[in-house]
Design a protein around this ligand. Structure first.
Ligand code: NAD
Ligand code: TYD
Length: 354
Protein backbone atom coordinates (compact mmCIF):
# COMPACT_ATOMS: atom_id res chain seq x y z
CA UNK A 1 0.00 0.00 0.00
CA UNK A 2 1.21 3.48 -0.84
CA UNK A 3 2.07 5.94 1.90
CA UNK A 4 -0.79 8.33 1.11
CA UNK A 5 -2.88 10.26 3.61
CA UNK A 6 -6.26 11.80 2.86
CA UNK A 7 -6.58 15.07 4.76
CA UNK A 8 -9.89 16.91 4.93
CA UNK A 9 -10.05 20.64 5.62
CA UNK A 10 -6.35 21.05 4.87
CA UNK A 11 -6.77 24.62 3.64
CA UNK A 12 -7.92 25.78 7.07
CA UNK A 13 -5.87 26.96 10.03
CA UNK A 14 -4.73 23.70 11.65
CA UNK A 15 -4.96 21.54 8.53
CA UNK A 16 -2.60 23.74 6.51
CA UNK A 17 -0.07 23.86 9.36
CA UNK A 18 -0.32 20.07 9.58
CA UNK A 19 0.23 19.57 5.84
CA UNK A 20 3.29 21.82 5.82
CA UNK A 21 4.74 20.00 8.83
CA UNK A 22 4.06 16.55 7.37
CA UNK A 23 5.50 17.32 3.93
CA UNK A 24 8.54 18.92 5.56
CA UNK A 25 9.29 16.03 7.86
CA UNK A 26 8.01 12.78 6.36
CA UNK A 27 7.76 10.95 3.08
CA UNK A 28 3.96 10.59 2.92
CA UNK A 29 1.95 11.83 -0.04
CA UNK A 30 -1.04 13.98 0.78
CA UNK A 31 -4.44 14.54 -0.77
CA UNK A 32 -6.08 17.66 0.62
CA UNK A 33 -9.89 17.60 0.21
CA UNK A 34 -11.29 21.02 1.05
CA UNK A 35 -14.49 22.85 0.13
CA UNK A 36 -12.79 26.24 0.48
CA UNK A 37 -15.40 27.89 2.64
CA UNK A 38 -14.64 31.38 3.95
CA UNK A 39 -12.16 29.68 6.36
CA UNK A 40 -10.20 27.79 3.70
CA UNK A 41 -7.28 29.56 2.08
CA UNK A 42 -4.97 27.98 -0.49
CA UNK A 43 -2.50 30.78 0.06
CA UNK A 44 -1.49 28.95 3.26
CA UNK A 45 -0.17 26.16 1.05
CA UNK A 46 1.39 28.13 -1.79
CA UNK A 47 4.89 26.85 -0.94
CA UNK A 48 3.85 23.25 -1.69
CA UNK A 49 1.56 23.72 -4.70
CA UNK A 50 4.18 22.22 -7.03
CA UNK A 51 5.28 19.52 -4.61
CA UNK A 52 4.72 16.12 -6.35
CA UNK A 53 3.64 14.52 -3.04
CA UNK A 54 0.78 17.01 -2.65
CA UNK A 55 -2.61 17.04 -4.44
CA UNK A 56 -5.42 19.50 -3.78
CA UNK A 57 -8.99 18.42 -4.47
CA UNK A 58 -11.71 21.05 -4.28
CA UNK A 59 -14.82 19.42 -2.86
CA UNK A 60 -17.19 18.67 -0.03
CA UNK A 61 -16.67 15.81 2.44
CA UNK A 62 -20.41 15.18 2.10
CA UNK A 63 -20.02 14.45 -1.64
CA UNK A 64 -19.90 10.68 -1.36
CA UNK A 65 -19.15 9.98 -5.04
CA UNK A 66 -16.15 12.28 -4.89
CA UNK A 67 -14.89 10.79 -1.61
CA UNK A 68 -15.40 7.24 -2.96
CA UNK A 69 -13.41 8.09 -6.07
CA UNK A 70 -10.56 9.48 -3.95
CA UNK A 71 -10.41 6.32 -1.84
CA UNK A 72 -10.46 4.08 -4.94
CA UNK A 73 -7.99 6.11 -6.96
CA UNK A 74 -5.45 7.00 -4.27
CA UNK A 75 -5.77 4.10 -1.78
CA UNK A 76 -4.85 6.13 1.33
CA UNK A 77 -3.46 4.39 4.42
CA UNK A 78 -5.13 6.96 6.67
CA UNK A 79 -7.63 9.79 6.87
CA UNK A 80 -6.96 12.85 9.02
CA UNK A 81 -10.28 14.64 9.33
CA UNK A 82 -10.02 18.36 10.10
CA UNK A 83 -12.85 19.67 7.90
CA UNK A 84 -15.47 21.42 9.99
CA UNK A 85 -17.33 24.61 10.63
CA UNK A 86 -15.30 25.75 13.62
CA UNK A 87 -16.44 29.13 14.97
CA UNK A 88 -18.74 29.15 18.02
CA UNK A 89 -20.19 32.61 17.34
CA UNK A 90 -21.15 31.62 13.79
CA UNK A 91 -22.79 28.45 15.14
CA UNK A 92 -24.93 30.61 17.42
CA UNK A 93 -26.05 32.83 14.54
CA UNK A 94 -26.60 29.98 12.06
CA UNK A 95 -26.20 26.36 13.16
CA UNK A 96 -27.32 24.76 9.85
CA UNK A 97 -23.89 24.58 8.23
CA UNK A 98 -22.52 23.03 11.43
CA UNK A 99 -24.94 20.14 11.19
CA UNK A 100 -24.35 19.80 7.46
CA UNK A 101 -20.56 19.59 7.61
CA UNK A 102 -19.70 18.46 11.13
CA UNK A 103 -22.41 15.81 11.45
CA UNK A 104 -23.64 14.83 7.95
CA UNK A 105 -20.21 15.41 6.41
CA UNK A 106 -18.41 13.29 9.00
CA UNK A 107 -21.06 10.60 8.60
CA UNK A 108 -20.55 10.55 4.80
CA UNK A 109 -16.79 10.35 5.23
CA UNK A 110 -17.12 7.52 7.74
CA UNK A 111 -19.41 5.56 5.43
CA UNK A 112 -17.00 5.83 2.50
CA UNK A 113 -14.00 5.09 4.71
CA UNK A 114 -15.74 2.00 6.07
CA UNK A 115 -16.61 0.68 2.57
CA UNK A 116 -13.01 1.20 1.41
CA UNK A 117 -11.42 -0.18 4.58
CA UNK A 118 -13.64 -3.31 4.58
CA UNK A 119 -12.11 -4.45 1.27
CA UNK A 120 -8.47 -3.85 2.23
CA UNK A 121 -6.23 -6.91 2.53
CA UNK A 122 -4.27 -7.51 5.72
CA UNK A 123 -2.06 -6.01 7.08
CA UNK A 124 -3.28 -2.79 5.37
CA UNK A 125 -6.69 -3.28 6.98
CA UNK A 126 -5.35 -3.39 10.54
CA UNK A 127 -2.88 -0.58 9.90
CA UNK A 128 -5.51 1.78 8.44
CA UNK A 129 -6.41 4.80 10.61
CA UNK A 130 -9.33 7.23 10.61
CA UNK A 131 -8.10 10.12 12.78
CA UNK A 132 -10.91 12.43 13.80
CA UNK A 133 -9.86 15.88 15.04
CA UNK A 134 -12.21 17.20 17.71
CA UNK A 135 -12.35 19.73 20.50
CA UNK A 136 -12.36 20.14 24.28
CA UNK A 137 -15.67 22.01 23.91
CA UNK A 138 -17.57 18.70 23.80
CA UNK A 139 -17.00 18.41 27.56
CA UNK A 140 -18.87 21.61 28.43
CA UNK A 141 -17.71 24.19 30.96
CA UNK A 142 -15.61 23.92 34.15
CA UNK A 143 -15.91 25.78 37.44
CA UNK A 144 -12.82 27.62 38.72
CA UNK A 145 -11.52 24.72 40.83
CA UNK A 146 -12.81 21.72 38.84
CA UNK A 147 -10.19 19.24 37.63
CA UNK A 148 -9.27 19.51 33.95
CA UNK A 149 -11.17 17.44 31.34
CA UNK A 150 -9.87 13.90 30.92
CA UNK A 151 -10.76 11.32 28.26
CA UNK A 152 -13.42 9.90 30.60
CA UNK A 153 -15.19 13.21 31.35
CA UNK A 154 -18.86 12.98 30.32
CA UNK A 155 -19.84 14.91 27.21
CA UNK A 156 -21.89 18.05 27.91
CA UNK A 157 -21.69 20.27 24.82
CA UNK A 158 -23.18 23.74 25.26
CA UNK A 159 -22.97 25.54 21.91
CA UNK A 160 -24.34 24.34 18.56
CA UNK A 161 -20.71 24.03 17.44
CA UNK A 162 -19.83 21.83 20.43
CA UNK A 163 -23.01 19.76 19.97
CA UNK A 164 -22.18 19.12 16.31
CA UNK A 165 -18.62 18.08 17.17
CA UNK A 166 -19.90 15.84 19.99
CA UNK A 167 -22.30 14.16 17.55
CA UNK A 168 -19.46 13.52 15.11
CA UNK A 169 -17.29 12.08 17.92
CA UNK A 170 -20.09 9.69 18.82
CA UNK A 171 -20.38 8.49 15.22
CA UNK A 172 -16.64 7.87 15.07
CA UNK A 173 -16.82 5.91 18.30
CA UNK A 174 -19.78 3.90 17.02
CA UNK A 175 -18.02 3.06 13.73
CA UNK A 176 -15.13 1.62 15.68
CA UNK A 177 -17.32 -0.21 18.17
CA UNK A 178 -19.84 -1.58 15.65
CA UNK A 179 -17.83 -2.13 12.48
CA UNK A 180 -14.28 -2.28 13.82
CA UNK A 181 -13.13 0.74 11.78
CA UNK A 182 -9.66 1.57 13.18
CA UNK A 183 -10.51 5.07 14.38
CA UNK A 184 -8.85 7.42 16.86
CA UNK A 185 -10.22 10.73 18.11
CA UNK A 186 -8.20 13.68 19.39
CA UNK A 187 -9.86 16.37 21.51
CA UNK A 188 -7.83 19.52 21.57
CA UNK A 189 -7.91 22.85 23.37
CA UNK A 190 -7.80 26.31 21.75
CA UNK A 191 -5.05 26.64 19.15
CA UNK A 192 -3.18 29.76 18.14
CA UNK A 193 -0.52 30.54 15.53
CA UNK A 194 -0.13 31.53 11.87
CA UNK A 195 -3.01 31.11 9.35
CA UNK A 196 -5.85 31.38 11.89
CA UNK A 197 -8.82 33.21 10.41
CA UNK A 198 -9.13 36.55 12.21
CA UNK A 199 -12.62 35.93 13.55
CA UNK A 200 -11.05 34.03 16.49
CA UNK A 201 -9.83 35.81 19.60
CA UNK A 202 -6.07 36.05 19.12
CA UNK A 203 -5.79 37.10 15.44
CA UNK A 204 -8.81 39.40 15.75
CA UNK A 205 -7.21 41.23 18.66
CA UNK A 206 -3.81 41.46 16.95
CA UNK A 207 -5.28 43.02 13.81
CA UNK A 208 -7.64 45.36 15.64
CA UNK A 209 -4.77 46.46 17.89
CA UNK A 210 -2.59 47.08 14.85
CA UNK A 211 -5.32 49.19 13.25
CA UNK A 212 -6.26 51.11 16.42
CA UNK A 213 -9.78 49.60 16.45
CA UNK A 214 -11.79 48.64 19.57
CA UNK A 215 -10.83 45.30 21.15
CA UNK A 216 -14.18 43.64 21.94
CA UNK A 217 -13.86 41.48 25.07
CA UNK A 218 -17.02 39.49 25.79
CA UNK A 219 -18.64 39.79 29.24
CA UNK A 220 -16.16 40.36 32.08
CA UNK A 221 -13.16 38.89 30.22
CA UNK A 222 -12.61 36.30 32.96
CA UNK A 223 -13.34 33.25 30.78
CA UNK A 224 -10.46 30.82 30.71
CA UNK A 225 -9.14 28.78 27.78
CA UNK A 226 -6.18 26.37 27.62
CA UNK A 227 -4.04 27.66 24.74
CA UNK A 228 -1.89 25.43 22.55
CA UNK A 229 0.54 26.52 19.85
CA UNK A 230 -0.68 25.08 16.54
CA UNK A 231 2.64 23.41 15.67
CA UNK A 232 2.56 21.54 18.98
CA UNK A 233 -0.96 20.39 18.11
CA UNK A 234 0.22 19.18 14.70
CA UNK A 235 3.01 17.18 16.34
CA UNK A 236 0.47 15.62 18.68
CA UNK A 237 -1.71 14.59 15.74
CA UNK A 238 1.32 13.08 13.99
CA UNK A 239 2.12 11.11 17.17
CA UNK A 240 -1.46 9.79 17.40
CA UNK A 241 -1.42 8.89 13.71
CA UNK A 242 1.83 6.99 14.12
CA UNK A 243 1.38 5.37 17.51
CA UNK A 244 -2.18 5.95 18.73
CA UNK A 245 -4.18 2.84 19.58
CA UNK A 246 -7.23 2.08 17.45
CA UNK A 247 -10.46 2.91 19.30
CA UNK A 248 -8.80 5.30 21.75
CA UNK A 249 -9.30 9.01 22.30
CA UNK A 250 -6.52 11.40 23.28
CA UNK A 251 -6.88 14.80 24.94
CA UNK A 252 -4.40 17.42 23.75
CA UNK A 253 -3.77 20.66 25.62
CA UNK A 254 -1.11 23.21 26.30
CA UNK A 255 -1.19 23.05 30.13
CA UNK A 256 -1.62 26.76 29.68
CA UNK A 257 -4.80 28.28 31.14
CA UNK A 258 -5.23 31.98 30.45
CA UNK A 259 -8.02 34.48 31.08
CA UNK A 260 -9.19 36.30 27.94
CA UNK A 261 -8.51 39.72 29.42
CA UNK A 262 -4.90 38.80 30.23
CA UNK A 263 -4.34 37.58 26.68
CA UNK A 264 -5.76 40.75 25.16
CA UNK A 265 -3.64 42.95 27.43
CA UNK A 266 -0.51 40.98 26.55
CA UNK A 267 -1.28 41.27 22.82
CA UNK A 268 -1.64 45.05 23.26
CA UNK A 269 1.78 45.23 24.89
CA UNK A 270 3.48 43.09 22.23
CA UNK A 271 1.90 45.11 19.40
CA UNK A 272 3.00 48.35 21.10
CA UNK A 273 6.51 46.96 21.23
CA UNK A 274 6.70 45.42 17.74
CA UNK A 275 4.68 47.94 15.70
CA UNK A 276 5.66 50.96 17.77
CA UNK A 277 3.60 52.88 20.30
CA UNK A 278 0.48 54.59 18.95
CA UNK A 279 -0.81 57.89 20.40
CA UNK A 280 -2.09 55.97 23.44
CA UNK A 281 -1.12 52.51 24.71
CA UNK A 282 -3.21 49.93 22.87
CA UNK A 283 -4.66 48.65 26.16
CA UNK A 284 -6.90 51.73 25.99
CA UNK A 285 -8.68 50.11 23.00
CA UNK A 286 -10.09 47.30 25.18
CA UNK A 287 -13.89 47.48 25.16
CA UNK A 288 -16.11 45.16 27.18
CA UNK A 289 -19.06 44.10 25.01
CA UNK A 290 -22.20 42.00 25.46
CA UNK A 291 -21.38 38.43 26.44
CA UNK A 292 -21.67 35.48 24.05
CA UNK A 293 -24.95 33.59 24.77
CA UNK A 294 -24.20 30.42 26.76
CA UNK A 295 -20.52 31.42 26.99
CA UNK A 296 -18.52 28.55 28.55
CA UNK A 297 -16.58 29.83 31.53
CA UNK A 298 -13.51 27.64 31.62
CA UNK A 299 -11.85 24.90 29.58
CA UNK A 300 -8.77 22.98 30.75
CA UNK A 301 -7.29 19.78 29.39
CA UNK A 302 -5.62 16.95 31.23
CA UNK A 303 -3.18 15.78 28.55
CA UNK A 304 -1.39 13.21 30.70
CA UNK A 305 -2.55 10.23 28.61
CA UNK A 306 -0.93 11.38 25.37
CA UNK A 307 2.15 12.49 27.31
CA UNK A 308 2.48 9.17 29.09
CA UNK A 309 1.51 6.78 26.28
CA UNK A 310 2.84 8.54 23.19
CA UNK A 311 5.61 10.69 24.67
CA UNK A 312 4.19 13.96 23.29
CA UNK A 313 4.73 17.26 25.12
CA UNK A 314 4.05 20.83 24.00
CA UNK A 315 7.35 22.59 23.23
CA UNK A 316 6.35 26.22 22.81
CA UNK A 317 5.84 28.51 25.81
CA UNK A 318 2.88 30.85 25.63
CA UNK A 319 5.08 33.94 25.80
CA UNK A 320 7.26 32.90 22.86
CA UNK A 321 4.34 31.42 20.87
CA UNK A 322 2.25 34.55 21.24
CA UNK A 323 5.18 36.76 20.27
CA UNK A 324 5.83 34.67 17.12
CA UNK A 325 2.13 34.81 16.27
CA UNK A 326 1.89 38.60 16.65
CA UNK A 327 4.98 39.06 14.47
CA UNK A 328 3.56 36.72 11.80
CA UNK A 329 0.30 38.68 11.51
CA UNK A 330 2.13 42.00 11.42
CA UNK A 331 4.60 40.77 8.79
CA UNK A 332 2.09 39.06 6.47
CA UNK A 333 -0.03 41.93 5.29
CA UNK A 334 -0.86 40.28 1.94
CA UNK A 335 -2.32 37.24 3.67
CA UNK A 336 -4.31 39.47 6.01
CA UNK A 337 -5.57 41.63 3.12
CA UNK A 338 -6.67 38.49 1.25
CA UNK A 339 -8.77 37.07 4.07
CA UNK A 340 -10.21 40.32 5.36
CA UNK A 341 -12.12 41.10 2.17
CA UNK A 342 -15.89 41.38 1.66
CA UNK A 343 -17.27 38.34 3.50
CA UNK A 344 -15.05 39.01 6.50
CA UNK A 345 -16.05 42.65 6.73
CA UNK A 346 -19.74 41.64 6.58
CA UNK A 347 -19.24 39.24 9.51
CA UNK A 348 -17.47 41.83 11.64
CA UNK A 349 -20.08 44.48 10.83
CA UNK A 350 -23.00 42.17 11.70
CA UNK A 351 -21.54 40.41 14.72
CA UNK A 352 -20.03 43.43 16.47
CA UNK A 353 -22.83 45.85 15.59
CA UNK A 354 -23.67 47.91 18.70
P1 NAD B 1 -10.92 26.23 10.13
O1 NAD B 1 -12.30 26.77 10.25
O2 NAD B 1 -9.76 27.17 10.08
O3 NAD B 1 -10.80 25.34 8.80
C1 NAD B 1 -11.78 24.40 8.42
C2 NAD B 1 -11.46 23.94 7.01
O4 NAD B 1 -12.45 22.98 6.63
C3 NAD B 1 -11.50 25.06 5.96
O5 NAD B 1 -10.40 24.95 5.08
C4 NAD B 1 -12.81 24.78 5.22
O6 NAD B 1 -12.77 25.24 3.87
C5 NAD B 1 -12.91 23.28 5.32
N1 NAD B 1 -14.30 22.79 5.20
C6 NAD B 1 -15.40 23.26 5.85
N2 NAD B 1 -16.49 22.56 5.48
C7 NAD B 1 -16.05 21.61 4.59
C8 NAD B 1 -16.70 20.57 3.87
N3 NAD B 1 -18.03 20.37 3.98
N4 NAD B 1 -15.96 19.79 3.06
C9 NAD B 1 -14.62 19.99 2.92
N5 NAD B 1 -13.96 20.97 3.57
C10 NAD B 1 -14.67 21.77 4.39
O7 NAD B 1 -10.77 25.18 11.31
P2 NAD B 1 -9.49 24.85 12.21
O8 NAD B 1 -9.40 25.85 13.29
O9 NAD B 1 -8.34 24.57 11.33
O10 NAD B 1 -10.00 23.49 12.88
C11 NAD B 1 -9.74 22.22 12.29
C12 NAD B 1 -10.39 21.14 13.13
O11 NAD B 1 -9.87 21.21 14.46
C13 NAD B 1 -11.91 21.30 13.27
O12 NAD B 1 -12.48 20.01 13.18
C14 NAD B 1 -12.10 21.89 14.65
O13 NAD B 1 -13.34 21.49 15.21
C15 NAD B 1 -10.93 21.30 15.39
N6 NAD B 1 -10.42 22.12 16.53
C16 NAD B 1 -10.02 23.41 16.33
C17 NAD B 1 -9.51 24.15 17.40
C18 NAD B 1 -9.02 25.56 17.24
O14 NAD B 1 -8.64 26.19 18.23
N7 NAD B 1 -8.98 26.10 16.03
C19 NAD B 1 -9.44 23.56 18.67
C20 NAD B 1 -9.87 22.24 18.84
C21 NAD B 1 -10.34 21.53 17.75
P1 TYD C 1 -12.71 31.93 20.20
O1 TYD C 1 -11.37 32.30 19.63
O2 TYD C 1 -13.93 32.24 19.40
O3 TYD C 1 -12.62 30.39 20.59
P2 TYD C 1 -13.68 29.46 21.44
O4 TYD C 1 -14.95 30.16 21.57
O5 TYD C 1 -13.75 28.26 20.56
O6 TYD C 1 -12.99 29.20 22.75
O7 TYD C 1 -12.86 32.66 21.61
C1 TYD C 1 -11.92 32.46 22.65
C2 TYD C 1 -12.42 33.20 23.85
O8 TYD C 1 -12.38 34.61 23.57
C3 TYD C 1 -13.86 32.88 24.22
O9 TYD C 1 -13.99 32.89 25.64
C4 TYD C 1 -14.66 34.03 23.62
C5 TYD C 1 -13.69 35.19 23.72
N1 TYD C 1 -13.82 36.24 22.67
C6 TYD C 1 -13.94 37.57 23.03
O10 TYD C 1 -13.94 37.92 24.22
N2 TYD C 1 -14.07 38.51 22.05
C7 TYD C 1 -14.09 38.18 20.72
O11 TYD C 1 -14.23 39.08 19.85
C8 TYD C 1 -13.93 36.79 20.36
C9 TYD C 1 -13.93 36.38 18.92
C10 TYD C 1 -13.81 35.86 21.38
Amino acid sequence: MQDTILITGGAGFIGSNFILQLLGRGSSSIINLDKLTYAGNLRNLQTVTREPRYEFVHGDIADRALVRDLFERRQPRAVVHFAAESHVDRSIRGPDDFLRTNVDGTFALLEEARAYWAELPEPDKSNFRFLHVSTDEVYGSLGPTDPAFSETTAYAPNSPYAASKAASDHFVRAYHHTYGLPAVTTNCSNNYGRFQFPEKLIPLMILNARDGKPLPVYGDGQNVRDWLYVEDHCEAIAAVLARGKSGETYNIGGCNEQRNIDIVQTICDIVDEVAGRAAAPRRSLITFVKDRPGHDRRYAMNASKIQRELGWHPRETFVSGLRKTVRWYLENEDWVRDVTSGAYRDWIATHYAP
